[in-house]
Ligand binder design. Structure first.
Ligand SMILES: [Zn+2]
Length: 320
């Protein structure tokens, strides 16, 4: 990484689409935010006033079907993971994310529209040094046959994701990368949400995923891909899981210095591992400054006092 000052967006930019679960139209507007603001969602059009919610793990109220942020009044914004992945993946530290409906728009099921919006707005370098959460020791969570782990890593953030579906068309896939804006844009941002036709039908039957279609979801049956346009990457499914992990781990509140490994995971596992890390005050610290191959050089410790609060429990199956 080169310059390690914080960044924000130069201006406001709006993205309009439908919510994947509600099927309703929604406009999401990205905008600038001051140094150390992090990512702040502003839910408008609810009770006649705006509700702000910081994009942090303790404000997660559900990980069922998608990652949902809320407050004491209940859920405020669902499906936050793809826009958060775009912001974190493209190296933005501080932004407001205004949403006029109950969930972020699904667009094409990937983060591509949000990356395009960030490009359109432009990225502004701010005066303060970038701050990170540095993982100091391994923290792992086993959940059924899923396993997630954050561990120390010398030179930035690395993600290693494995999926293993009984469905023979998806099967086993593995993908790993060191996160950079270049890698995110090229290899991850365009990977779409995916699902099995049998699950999609079940979700529709229960009133979920009403906005899901072949325009925003890669759908498989037991024998083949059902989208006529084909895949964007041969291993698009595991790349989308990695995209989700980048978005879910953005809820650390600061970029992570560490490596994340996820086996058969999803939103629930991502949240559980991040929660386990933040709950252990000896497992992380906040540092700021220039990164090098040797992370302790030129990095100043600034304490471990943020983000360690109690995290809301989250239940339910993982659906990408
Ligand atoms: Zn996703």
């Amino acid at each position: 990484m080169k310059s390690n000052r914080q960044t924000t967006l130069r201006t406001h930019v709006a993205v309009t689409g439908v919510g994947v679960h509600s099927g309703l139209p929604v406009t999401l507007t990205l905008g600038p935010a001051p140094v150390d603001a992090g990512f702040v969602f502003i839910r408008t059009g609810l009770d006649g006033c705006d509700h702000e919610v910081q994009a942090t793990a303790k404000n997660v109220v559900s990980t069922e079907f998608a990652t949902v942020l809320g407050d004491r009044s209940g859920p405020l914004v669902a499906t936050v993971e793809h826009v958060l992945a775009a912001l974190r993946g493209m190296g933005v530290d501080n932004a407001t994310i205004e949403v006029d409906g109950s969930e972020a728009p699904v667009m094409d099921g990937s983060a591509a529209a949000f990356v395009a919006a960030i490009d359109q707005a432009g990225i502004l370098t701010q005066s303060a040094q970038r701050r990170f959460i540095q993982v100091l020791k391994p923290v792992s969570v086993a959940m059924g046959d899923s396993l997630g782990e954050l561990r120390p890593y010398a030179s930035g953030f690395r993600a290693e994701v494995e999926i293993d579906f009984r469905n023979p068309v998806i099967g086993k896939q593995k993908y790993a990368l060191e996160l950079s804006p270049e890698r995110f844009r090229r290899d991850i941002a365009r990977a779409r949400t995916f699902g099995l036709m049998c699950d999609v039908k079940r979700l529709w039957g229960n009133g979920f995923s009403l906005g899901a279609s072949f325009d925003n979801c890669v759908v498989f049956d037991e024998e083949r891909l059902l989208n006529t346009g084909g895949l964007r990457y041969a291993d698009e499914c595991v790349r989308h899981k990695l995209l989700d992990a980048v978005g879910d781990l953005a809820l650390a509140g600061l970029p992570l210095l560490g490596a994340y490994r996820s086996i058969r995971g999803g939103h629930k596992l991502n949240h559980a591992v991040l929660t386990a890390l933040l709950a252990d005050r000896t497992a992380w610290r906040v540092v700021e400054g220039e990164l090098s191959r040797r992370p302790t050089r030129g990095v100043v410790e600034v304490g471990s006092g943020i983000g360690g609060g109690r995290i809301a429990a989250a239940y339910g199956p993982d659906v990408s």
